[in-house]
Design a protein around this ligand. Sequence first.
Ligand SMILES: *[C@@H]1O[C@H](CO)[C@@H](O)[C@H](O)[C@H]1NC(C)=O
Ligand SMILES: *[C@@H]1O[C@H](CO)[C@@H](O)[C@H](O)[C@H]1NC(C)=O
Ligand SMILES: *[C@@H]1O[C@H](CO)[C@@H](O)[C@H](O)[C@H]1NC(C)=O
Length: 361
Amino acid sequence: MKMSICHFRLWSSLVLSLILWSDTITSDAAIGSSYLRKIREVNKLGPYLGIVVPNMFEMDPLLRSDRFVPDSRTTSLDIMGRRFRVGKVGHQKVIIVMTGLSMVLNAGITTELLLALFEVDGVVHYGIAGNANPELQIGDVTIPRYWAHSGLWSWQRYGSGPNDTLAQEPDDDSFTREIGYLRFANYSTKSSSSSESDNFLNSVWYQREEIFPVDGSPEVRQRIFKVPVDSRYMEVAESIERDGVALARCVSWTACLPKAPILATVEMGVSGSVFVDNKAYGEFLNSEFNATAVDMESAAVALVCYQQKVPFIAIRALSDLAGAGEGGSSARSDEADALVHLAAANAVRVLIKFIAALASW
Ligand SMILES: *[C@@H]1O[C@H](CO)[C@@H](O)[C@H](O)[C@H]1NC(C)=O
Ligand SMILES: *[C@@H]1O[C@H](CO)[C@@H](O)[C@H](O)[C@H]1NC(C)=O
Ligand SMILES: *[C@@H]1O[C@H](CO)[C@@H](O)[C@H](O)[C@H]1NC(C)=O
């Protein structure tokens, strides 16, 4: 099992390398081969823990932390618009990469590149998220057991109801009514009785992702909605939750959160290429999927790692209430900005604690 996966990874690296560098190899062989050599040199010192982070403001507190030490030989490799930073967090060798915003094009592709090019035996993803769970507050850090892509929908035609078959539902197992749906008429503001109101947008039905795991047959799809994080990583997360992690509570001498933030393992996080600043939708995500963290990348990273059979976990600090905050978008933007930075710093504290605990697990 392990061997075949290693072989696959090796082959996928080679194949991908050929694809990536075919241009440069034909036009300028030196660029391609010198890069391959550098990647090989980095890999010789592996394996690494991959650290995948969406944005610069989330990566910065890690790079500035005294726990992070860049590698003295190769501090970073720039490949296809991504910078892969090599170094150590504590005693753990790491490769850190920033994906940019959103699911497939950025988070998914960057994670796939990381796994294909580098000797990575696990991935920790971290960043900030919206909070859909009324039991938690801004500044808290969550580690969900499952991640789901909540942005893959079958949008039902007007006139059809929950008992009517969806388009393409009978043909194969493409679309399903099993996961749940959002009925737009339920959210009308003009009608007093939502069950009587109607809406041309009708309903959207949540769908499972189509995946091609490394241990399956290529071109034979499998499907998944709730992607579990690695069970060993989750045990480590639970252990640091029990121990507690010291988290930042104040953004200035005078502005502090009402309660000291906590680390909480939770059931579910959801991601989609949509920024959620809408209370009703946040509440729907919580009631329908038991979602706590709502973000734009984690499920893509989870899906890539799940398919490649690489252990994965995501740490997401809550930085806003996904539209449910007092004042909503009229909340003072300097305050919102300060909370984003506090949350990012807290995510990094948990990340560092997690990596240390993983080493001794
Ligand atoms: C759907 O079917 C179920 C079971 O037959 C029924 O109880 C329910 O009223 C139907 N719903 C609608 C909206 O027709
Ligand atoms: C929509 O509202 C009706 C009536 O309140 C409720 O029974 C139903 O569960 C809601 N459905 C969705 C998908 O939100
Ligand atoms: C919902 O998630 C919370 C933790 O986030 C968990 O305690 C609870 O059991 C979950 N409920 C269900 C129905 O899964």
